[in-house]
Structures are given as structure tokens and as C-alpha cells.
Design a protein. Structure first.
Length: 66
């Protein structure tokens, strides 16, 4: 069964019986990202998240000192 995002009705046809909205066509699946790109993004996250936490902690510590 399909679910209308506009009015919330469950239906089995191609058009919502309550509001008349048609079902959007399925998008083509996106090609998988290259291994190098995925690895680089993970490394960036592993470095960026702790760095952001350290910067925020440092700023808050400096504000307490002042």
C-alpha cells in the first residue's frame, strides 16, 4: 500500500483517492561512491569531530577565565 504524503491516506491505486496526487516516479539509484572518496570522508570526520569539540571546550574555558 502507498501512503499519501499530502493528506495521509493509504491507497493501492496510482492516484490518491482523497486529494488526487499521483505517485512520483522512482528516482534512479545513484552510483556507489569510490572507495578513496569514502575513506577520505571518514578520515575527515574522525579528525574534524574531536577538533570541533576541543575548539568549543577551549573557547568555553577561555570565557570562564576572563
Amino acid at each position: 500500500m502507498k501512503y499519501c504524503k499530502k493528506c495521509g491516506v493509504l491507497y493501492t491505486t496510482d492516484v490518491c483517492p482523497k486529494c488526487g496526487v499521483t505517485v512520483p516516479e522512482q528516482q534512479e539509484p545513484q552510483p556507489a561512491a569510490e572507495r578513496k572518496t569514502v575513506r577520505r570522508q571518514w578520515i575527515a570526520l574522525i579528525i574534524a569531530i574531536p577538533a570541533a569539540i576541543l575548539i568549543i571546550t577551549g573557547v568555553l574555558h577561555l570565557l570562564q577565565i576572563i
